[in-house]
Design a protein around this ligand. Structure first.
Ligand code: 2AM
Ligand code: CA
Length: 247
């Protein structure tokens, strides 16, 4: 099964992340970095997954990409949370989404530093390792809300609606933390497809929804200002985004 191949690939990538030597770091832009491990993990994943699906397309962070095509392929972030990874903060993940005709059919998000494999296959439910996961059923007032330091309004606005705001530094892990009920929601800005493609299926299979900030369902094509939450709490999150825009 494809999900088993993807989990094996993620574990192999995880070993590369945990056991690397001294890192070679390159700046791609302001506060945007890539390491030799990102590139090596990506090459390994493209090779192994390409053997499993010979005509697959690949969209992956550390290569030049065209638009998401129809047909079968993979959307990959070799390391989501690269800044954490570079600084020794154990909150980063290898992320693989298996896509057909722009729909995610299988997904894994693996944090090797905690041996946590979030995964899902379409209509089969979502799991953390061997345990089925579900979004939280507590009100947002009693939950943490995750965000990014790039989101224009995070701390004060979120604190008015929730217990508190947290920044993990990995979008995919943040979405999986919502899927598993650790957090009540996630709001972010300027994500790329590979920052949320795998998390989207895991969240949806866990009973959550991934939205654009105007409330429409997020697809893989952008503009990628993303809300992850429970369906019955979407109005609160859209209100938070409106409040942020008004600043
Ligand atoms: P990355 O680690 O793969 O770069 C926290 O910054 C989250 O936002 C991470 O998931 C990070 O992905 C993502 N992100 C997307 N675009 C970014 C950018 N230009 N700079 C920093 N983080 C970015
Ligand atoms: Ca990355």
């Amino acid at each position: 099964m494809m999900i088993d191949i993807m989990k094996d690939c993620a574990r192999e990538a995880g070993t590369m992340m945990v056991k690397h030597g001294s890192l070679q770091i390159e700046a791609k832009g302001a506060n945007d970095y890539v390491t030799d491990v990102d590139k090596e993990v990506q090459n390994m994943l493209i090779e192994k997954l390409g053997q499993a699906v010979p005509d697959a397309f690949f969209i992956a962070e550390e290569k030049k990409n065209n638009k998401l095509p129809d047909g079968e392929g993979f959307v990959i972030d070799p390391i989501d949370g690269t800044l954490n990874f570079m600084n020794g903060i154990p909150c980063s993940a290898v992320c693989i989404a298996h896509v057909t005709d722009k729909e995610v059919l299988d997904a894994v998000v693996y944090n090797p530093f905690r041996d946590e494999m979030f995964w899902a296959s379409k209509e089969q439910g979502a799991f953390l390792n061997d345990q089925k996961i579900h979004i939280a059923d507590r009100p947002i007032k009693k939950a943490l809300v995750l965000t990014e330091d790039t989101w224009q309004g995070h701390k004060e606005i979120i604190r008015n609606y929730a217990v508190g705001a947290r920044i993990l530094g990995s979008a995919e892990l943040a979405i999986c933390f919502v899927a598993s009920g650790r957090a009540g929601g996630y709001i972010s800005q300027s994500l790329h497809m590979w920052d949320y493609a795998a998390g989207k299926l895991i969240l949806e299979e866990a009973g959550g929804i991934l939205l654009e900030k105007d409330g429409s369902h997020a697809c893989l094509l952008g503009p990628n200002e993303i809300i992850a939450c429970a369906p019955d709490q979407q109005d609160i999150f859209i209100a938070m985004c409106k409040e942020a825009e008004g600043r």
